[in-house]
Ligand binder design. Structure first.
Ligand SMILES: Cc1cc2nc3c(=O)[nH]c(=O)nc-3n(C[C@H](O)[C@H](O)[C@H](O)COP(=O)(O)OP(=O)(O)OC[C@H]3O[C@@H](n4cnc5c(N)ncnc54)[C@H](O)[C@@H]3O)c2cc1C
Length: 489
């Protein structure tokens, strides 16, 4: 990829800053239309929010309650497209809403019938009302006292980091040049002030990289304002960052294959308990934060809140000592005037062409990354005067089965999986392998820490690194893993 940057003649049609879902979607869309495209990611692909989602491919029943039907419909349409294009990465998930009040079954039942209707022919399975006995049979781990019954509905589930790598591989297969560990540190401009390229750093060689572009797309998620200020020092704030945390427990807390959805928590949100890679995933929260960071920390009150909410719907109350891993992600919510609560801020995406010609795209959700990319490339191509070419991603197959996409593989990494992660998936550090090529860090931080020395040795052999590199990698990963473990208060 580095050699491609050096040998590129003339400007790239599109340079994308940011290697999360949004940037990968744009690179895939642009490359598959036949544009030349370079994507630069400052850390590893998916280091930001895109590896820290709830792993649902969904229309968003929550937006249904808010009456935002167009957002739900778009999500449901994209849910169907994603399953058709990546059937090896997107799976059907049955979710059960347990009902403890008399009105909950008819009320949520009606809402989920509407959800089915909005999905039209692309339904993942019809929702249905469950009796108390059926609810207990479907989710044996649900809290039985006071239970009146439930409602079952369907959505998609995926592994976010795996879909990201698969999307980037598909983009690269179509000619995109994608590079991790290459932060963009500046923008270049023409005499009349238009952005015409980027300056980046190759972190491994400390070499400066320069890439000329007909148009630059800023797809840096919660970091878009930093890049916007590279273009215009006076740029205002577009994004209000909000943090959401997840806790991972042993699979026995949920048991079975169905998830639980709590439709109204005490802070008026929804909460999920999902089966994921043989474990139980609980989340999430919505906590406004001052600034985005690449390793956001879960707060103690957030952890307590998730545990307490889970205890209201699970037979077994989870405790802090049960937590195998905790991870936090930052939502790039687009600011609206006069709104303080981030839960009320739009989950829709925002696309804008700045006065400098920089195209900024942020917000949205993983589920709609394809659609968001289509709009972004349409807009960028028009802004740069590129020849019009139609979007083809609605029926573009995402790359094939990869290590870790099969749930049982998550904590059973083979030597060959590690080698493949280095050779085919651009993993450069132990963290890349254990956090995002497989999901060990997110599933069980202590187990991941124990895997680090073997992974470091295998990677060193692949990459030609010495023992000092291995020691540094193990130390860095051990420190990181300790952040995913919950200390006892
Ligand atoms: C808690 C939580 C749960 C969610 N659950 C779901 C869900 O279940 N389903 C769903 O559909 N969506 C979900 N979402 C939304 C979804 O995860 C996000 O919409 C999506 O991941 C955003 O992707 P992004 O590429 O815009 O941002 P990011 O993934 O953050 O990517 C931006 C990238 O830009 C890079 N970057 C920043 N600055 C620079 C620079 N100067 N140079 C180079 N690179 C740079 C960063 O390192 C980062 O990797 C969830 C979000 C959160 C926070």
């Amino acid at each position: 990829m580095l050699a491609r940057i050096d040998t590129q003649r003339g400007p790239w049609d599109i340079v994308v800053i940011g290697g999360g879902a949004t940037g990968a979607g744009v690179a895939l869309d642009a490359a598959s239309r036949g544009y030349s495209v370079l994507l630069l990611e400052q850390h590893d692909f998916g280091k930001g929010t895109s590896s820290r989602s709830t792993k649902l491919v969904h229309g968003g029943v929550r937006y249904l309650a808010q009456g935002n039907l167009s957002l739900v419909r778009e999500g449901l349409r994209e849910r169907a497209i994603l399953r058709a294009n990546a059937p090896h990465l997107v799976f059907d998930l049955a979710l059960v809403v347990p009902a403890y009040e008399w009105w909950e079954r008819p009320y949520y039942g009606a809402g989920l019938t509407l959800y089915d209707l909005l999905a039209r022919h692309s339904s993942f399975g019809r929702s249905r009302l469950l009796s108390r006995a059926e609810t207990l049979a479907r989710v044996p781990a649900v809290r039985p006292d006071g239970l009146r019954g439930g409602i079952e509905y369907h959505d998609g589930q995926f592994d976010d980091a795996r879909l990201l790598i698969a999307s980037l591989q598909t983009a690269a297969g179509r000619g995109a040049c994608v590079l991790n560990y290459a932060p963009v540190v500046g923008l270049t401009r023409t005499g009349d002030g238009r952005i015409d390229g980027v300056v980046a750093r190759d972190l491994e060689s400390a070499r400066e990289l320069r890439a000329a572009a007909r148009v630059v797309v800023n797809a840096t998620g919660a970091f878009v304002d930093e890049v916007r200020r590279m273009a215009d020092a006076d740029a205002g704030m577009l994004v209000q960052p909000s943090q959401g945390i997840h806790l991972v427990l042993d699979g026995s807390f949920l048991g079975g294959t169905a998830a639980i959805m709590v439709p109204r928590t005490t802070d008026r949100r929804v909460m999920f308990a999902l089966p994921w890679h043989g474990h139980t995933l609980l989340g999430t929260t919505d906590t406004p934060i001052a600034a985005a960071s690449l390793e956001p920390r879960a707060r103690d009150d957030e952890i307590a809140f998730v545990l307490e909410t889970a205890g209201r719907c699970l037979r077994r109350q989870p405790e802090r000592g049960d937590i195998l891993s905790v991870f936090a992600g930052v939502r790039p919510l687009v600011r609206r005037r006069n709104t303080k609560e981030t839960a009320a801020l739009s989950r829709d995406h925002t696309l804008r062409v700045e006065a400098s010609g920089l195209v900024t795209t942020t917000g949205g959700k993983w589920t709609t990354y394809r659609r968001m990319a289509e709009e972004t490339v349409d807009c960028a191509a028009a802004a740069a005067g590129l020849a019009r070419r139609p979007c083809v991603t609605a029926s573009l197959r995402i790359a094939g089965e990869t290590a870790g996409s099969r749930p049982q593989d998550a904590l059973q990494l083979t030597d060959e999986d590690v080698r493949r992660a280095v050779r085919d998936e651009m993993a450069r550090t132990v963290e890349d392998v254990l956090a995002r090529r497989c999901r060990a860090l997110f599933l069980n931080a202590a187990a991941a820490r124990d895997m680090a020395p073997r992974v470091a040795a295998l990677m060193a052999a692949e990459l030609g690194r010495d023992e000092t590199w291995q020691r540094d990698q193990i130390a860095a990963f051990t420190a990181l893993a300790s952040e995913y473990l919950v200390r006892q208060p």
